[in-house]
Design a protein. Structure first.
Length: 433
């Protein structure tokens, strides 16, 4: 067969098979039947390119042969596979093409060629399409994209049950949600939905007619959606619990004087950056000015940023893994929660998913640390705030790749070349004018 550069792989496969049929190779009809099955009921999603190429390249005689052979070759039904994979105008268009081809060749309307039970693949596909349709209608997913991991987990685990998983395996989806959430509504919906779906799968396997099988499919679809809704309630509840936890934890952090500076409970000592740094890192590194209270530096997470002489001030390192940006903010002593929050919002409009706060070594840093913590939580109540403490006398604080380190302080200048650090006075000037 000749390769047509204007066709993709699926289109080329369909085109080649049609050419084989036209040349008298009847075995290609069976290959076309399996190709259509694989493009619809045989896979999650639809290979529309293959289907459209078959319709565009086939004459009425070829399409009629496909329709007459489809059930024997695939164990499925071509109309049901099309109906399960398409909807609306596109479904009607394809079925009209098949109807017209059959009438043209046989003088009668195609009425189907399999009155037995649906194949297990058809059952699975029907349930999956039911999930998508109903989940869209109740707003759980948008444009085919799952809105919450819990829904994907619930639907995916239950669908594996269609291929022979035991009821206990299918029901396992309820476990994590119930263990974490522990709320009656989600638990009941998941239990009921899983039970209904497992029973529906068995009913579909044992169905003797299309009608009975489709009834089971509908029941299974409802069970999956109820499970997904329960999982979604659980997912939302977890989010709420996290927020409540953060509110409960929004208490004053107590600091104790350590050997080299103040430290919070569960804080970790800073590692020595001299063990990490090399000439390439040093050549791109920047530092705030020598006495840097109330200034900040922003850069890429692969760029080392430093500040030094943190006494009654505090140091806050923020980074965003998606945008690969980071900020090192030297917070002036006793800055208010509101002013710190305004500064952070301005310098990190993309948000942050990693935060570390380092207290200074002088009395008053506890106020600065607590105001910084409350400011961070007011912006993002879900982020985990880490605490670290100085492990040497008046070290420079270095932020690099989302981690915070220390270096021996340079008493005559800055540890790195001085960067274009912005003072809060300059920041206020920008937003006020």
């Amino acid at each position: 067969m000749s390769l047509n550069v204007n066709l993709n792989a699926s289109q080329q496969k369909a085109y080649d098979l049609i050419q084989k049929v036209n040349s008298g190779d009847e075995s290609a009809i069976d290959e076309l039947c399996m190709g259509i099955f694989d493009a619809t009921a045989g896979k999650w999603g639809t290979d529309e390119d293959f289907i459209n190429q078959v319709l565009d390249s086939s004459d009425a005689e070829c399409l009629t042969k496909i329709m007459d052979r489809y059930s024997d070759v695939t164990g499925s039904e071509i109309y049901k596979d099309i109906e399960n994979d398409y909807s609306g105008k596109e479904e009607k268009r394809i079925l009209n093409i098949l109807d017209n081809a059959y009438v043209k060749e046989k003088g009668t309307k195609y009425t189907g060629d399999d009155d037995g039970k649906l194949s297990i693949q058809q059952t699975a596909k029907s349930i999956w399409n039911g999930i998508k349709d109903k989940a869209l209608s109740i707003g759980l997913i948008a444009a085919g994209t799952v809105a919450a991991p819990a829904i994907a987990s619930a639907a995916g685990t239950i669908l594996t049950g269609i291929f022979g998983a035991a009821a206990a395996t299918v029901a396992a989806v309820a476990g994590p949600v119930l263990a974490v959430v522990g709320i009656a509504t989600a638990g009941y919906m998941i239990y009921k939905g899983v039970t209904q779906t497992v029973q529906a799968v068995e009913d579909a396997k044992n169905a003797k007619t299309d009608s009975a099988a489709m009834d089971a499919v509908e029941s299974g679809t409802e069970g999956v959606i109820e499970t997904a809704e329960g999982a979604y309630i659980g997912y939302q509840s977890v989010s709420q619990l996290v927020k409540l936890k953060n509110v409960a934890n929004n208490k004053t952090v107590k600091l104790e004087k350590g050997e080299y500076g103040y430290q919070c409970e569960n804080s970790k000592p800073l590692d020595d950056f001299s063990k990490v740094i090399n000439e390439d890192i040093k050549s791109n590194a920047l530092a705030t000015n020598r006495y840097a209270g109330d200034t900040y530096l922003k850069g890429n997470i692969n760029q080392a940023l430093a500040t030094q002489d943190v006494h009654d001030c505090a140091c806050v390192s923020l980074s965003n893994s998606d945008t690969e940006t980071q900020v090192l903010y030297h917070v002036m002593a006793k800055s208010s929660k509101e002013s710190i929050a305004s500064t952070v919002k301005y310098i990190m409009p993309e948000g942050f998913d990693n935060v570390t706060i380092i207290p200074g070594d002088a009395v008053g840093t506890d106020v600065t640390v607590n105001n910084a913590l409350k400011a961070i939580e007011s912006i993002n109540g879900n982020v985990e705030v880490n605490f670290a403490h100085m492990n040497a006398k008046i070290p420079a604080i270095v932020s690099y790749k989302g981690q915070v380190y220390q270096m021996a302080n340079n008493t005559t200048g800055t540890v790195f070349k001085q960067g274009d650090s912005t003072s809060i006075l300059e920041f206020l000037s920008k937003i006020l004018h």
